[in-house]
Each structure stands twice: as C-alpha cells, then as structure tokens.
Write a protein that binds this ligand. Sequence first.
Ligand code: SF4
Length: 343
Amino acid sequence: MWPKKIQQFILTQNQPKFRTNQAIAAFCKFGAKSFADVRVWPNALRETADKTITAMSFVKTQIFQSRDRSTYKATLQLIDGSMIETVLMSPKPGVYSVCISSQVGCAMNCAFCATGKMGLQRSLTAEEIIDQVLFWIQYNQEHHLFDRLHNIVYMGMGEPLANLTAVEESLRILIDSQAFNFSTRHISVSTSGLVLGIAHFAKHWPQINLAVSLHNAIEDERTELMPINKTYSLVKLQKALQNYFHYANRKVFIEYILLKDRNDTTRHAKALIDFIQKIDKPQLLHVNLIIYNETQAGFAGSSKETATVFMQKLKQAHISVTMRKNMGRDISGACGQLAGKNR
Ligand code: SF4
C-alpha cells in the first residue's frame, strides 16, 4: 500500500481528496487487505480501485511461530518472486515489536549472518518496507495478539543505510499521523557502521533511535567478522559517533553479538571498553549484548557464563549494558538468522 498511488487514483476518479485519507486509515489502522475492505468508500470506487491498483506488494506468505509463542516470523514473497522475512516479537507480555527488512539479501557479507551469505539481490522499495508492518497489522486482525504495536526496528535483512532513500520514505509514512502515526521514539534503525549514513541520520533523523552493530572492537578482528570495517574502520566509526552526539545528542545503541572465542574474551571486553571510553560522552552509548543464534555460518554462541562475565566487565567500567533476550531461535527468526527461505 502506498499513499501516493491511492492519491493519484483518487485524482483520476475525480473523487474528493478526503477519500485518500479514508483508505490510508483503513489500511494502516484497521488492517485492510484490499480496497474491498475500505468500507467507507462507495462500492463502485472500491471495485475500480481493486482492478486498477495493486494494494499489497507481497503475494504469498508463510508464517512460523516459536514454541513459546513469543515470536512469529513471516516469509513474504514479493511480486517479482523475491523473498523477504519480517518478525513480530513480544519481549514481555502485552508489548509487541516488529523487525523489518530493508533489502533482499545484503552486500555487507558479515561472516556470521545468514542474510550476508545471500549477497545483495536488490533493495526494497519504501512500499515493500512499510507493507511488512501492514502485514502484521492485518495478521493481528485475525489473531488479536496486541492492542497496538510498540516498536518498529529496522534490523531484518539488509543494511538500512545502504537503502537510504527508501528507508527515509518509509519512515515518513510510519510517523505520519494520517497513516501509522508511530512515535519517532519507538522506531530504531540499525547499521553495520556506514559512517556517511550515520552523519546523514544525525542531521535529518536525530529523533529516530540509532543502533550500530559493532561485534568486535579490535580493528583486524572486526574486519574478519564485518568486511565493511575495511572501508569504515573503528577509528572512523568513533568519529561518526562523536559527530552524531554533536548533532543529535541522543543515546546510541551498540549491538554486540557474543560469539564463542571470537569476541567474548577478556581481551575483547577491554577493547570494547576502550572503544567506548575514547568517545566523548560515553554515557550516551548503551551496549546490547546478545548471545549468537547459530546459523550455517560456522560460528557458535558464547555460553551464558561467559556472557555474564563479559557483561560484568562492562558494568565494572561503568558502561551501560543489557543482555538481550534471545527470541525466535527455533524458527530461525532471531538476529542474524533471516535468510528469506521457506523453512
Ligand atoms: S548482519 Fe546486517 S549488515 Fe551484516 S550481512 Fe547481516 S544483514 Fe547485512
């Protein structure tokens, strides 16, 4: 569903402008699946719209539910046959977040990530991005899981800042009061460290939460895990964060997946502490630790004991840190596991 398409259609039909907002509300707020569900429109207009405009950008869906029912993953087949994945998570009772993809595959090729193994097939359009949120609103109409969605996180397949134009267009619709009306405080965009994109976000989207996937604070080891580090080294990333704080003066989340023996030792904890403490305003950085969810990439997750010791070391250095709950492992819906396959 794309508001501009509806607006153009309404113009061609010589209908009053308010019809556009009626349809947008029916989709975004009430989970309409087609124009037939826009019940405030006259019948003839609904029929013509369904014959003229493709309402949704995906054609087929498959849904997987985790055993503990806290996580749902949907594989969506787009009109051109591409497959993407989106995840609905409930980290605590009554709170629901949606994780959305921004690309089919990803060019960043992080060594531990199932999406990275696919390579980049293409970037998503803004419509394909917001339709993932619409999908869960539609799903909720039948399953009554939540009263409202609390958070939207751009942490699915792809590097959002490598698809900046579409991501920005999608953000505008997500926060538009006539459409989804999400608060900017409840939207997070994650990056593997594209420093130009971070600078752009600092200037244009300071109110949106930014998360940076770090995963290792030792230069050559990070390059092994995340090849983007060759272009945007840790030193450049530190400067980008410094600049971000200058413009946005807002907390940034450092995402750190704990991989057994690869980034979870005392040496790695010290490097992470050092990375953070070298930045002015280190109090504006919050570290989210998450134990790696295994894929076929050949890495193992750290043990709970090792993860706890790692977290303690950060705490002792007065670094703000949380251990994030692992969700959706059994349906390959957890961090780093999305790969657009029917499984
Ligand atoms: S971790 Fe993120 S940036 Fe890295 S390959 Fe996977 S999707 Fe791309």
